[in-house]
Design a protein around this ligand. Structure first.
Ligand SMILES: C[S@@+](CC[C@H](N)C(=O)[O-])C[C@H]1O[C@@H](n2cnc3c(N)ncnc32)[C@H](O)[C@@H]1O
Length: 202
């Protein structure tokens, strides 16, 4: 994607103290789909620099717990119930670290994971799908039955098959593109609600 100047969402995030403009995507997605409720245990995959973590912590409130993980170091937060980890979500070791930090099954798993873009469309799309699949695998191993999963993915012919795989495991799946998505981006979000449990989709 071509360089885009700092837009209204970027400036709003600066004014309102969010670490990224992406915060407004999660706020909108949660207004529409209510994936996070007060008291929830939330996992955020691909969480740096932490805009979604701030929103998730606000939505889950003081009785909730939020664990964020990224390949990059995330500057820690002051809130004791907002934990940040460094790791690769495609590894079992990283999922185990999340499980330990959470100490109980999650009510919601978020994934805004994006590959480092090369500009080669096919390669970028195929890596995005691969990461979304790994995020789904992580969600199925971390979520409690009834939990929700929100995942970013790039538009492609493989989207239908990926979406069908999610439908086997969750009671409903919606596809959406929040207002803060940059113009020209091919990303969309799938919002899956009510995990059927580990036996589903096998
Ligand atoms: C769009 S950014 C996330 C922005 C974040 N939601 C926010 O609000 O600040 C995508 C992140 O995915 C991370 N990422 C990509 N591959 C990853 C992997 N295998 N494991 C963990 N994080 C990964 C990148 O390092 C990047 O920080």
């Amino acid at each position: 994607m071509a360089y885009q100047p700092k837009d209204a969402f970027y400036r709003k995030a600066k004014r309102e103290g969010y670490r990224s403009r992406a915060a407004y995507k999660l706020l909108e997605l949660n207004r529409r789909f209510r994936v996070i409720k007060p008291g929830d245990r939330v996992v955020d995959l691909g969480a740096a620099p932490g805009g979604w973590l701030q929103v998730a912590a606000e939505l889950a409130g003081p009785k909730g717990k939020v664990v964020g993980v990224d390949l990059q170091l995330i500057t820690p937060f002051r809130e004791p119930n907002l934990i940040v980890l460094q790791g690769d979500i495609t590894t079992e070791e990283c999922i185990e670290k999340i499980r330990e930090a959470l100490a109980a099954p999650a009510n919601c798993v978020l994934s805004d994971v994006s590959p480092r873009l090369t500009g080669i469309r096919d390669a970028d799309i195929s890596r995005s799908i691969e990461l979304a699949r790994m995020a789904l695998k992580a969600a199925c191993s971390l979520l409690a039955p009834g939990g929700n999963f929100l995942v970013k993915i790039f538009m492609s012919e493989e989207l239908g098959a990926f979406s069908a795989g999610i439908k086997e495991r969750f009671r409903s799946v919606d596809r959406t593109r929040p207002e803060a998505t940059r113009k020209g981006s091919s990303e969309i979000y799938l919002c899956a609600r009510s995990y059927r449990g580990p036996q589903a989709g096998r």
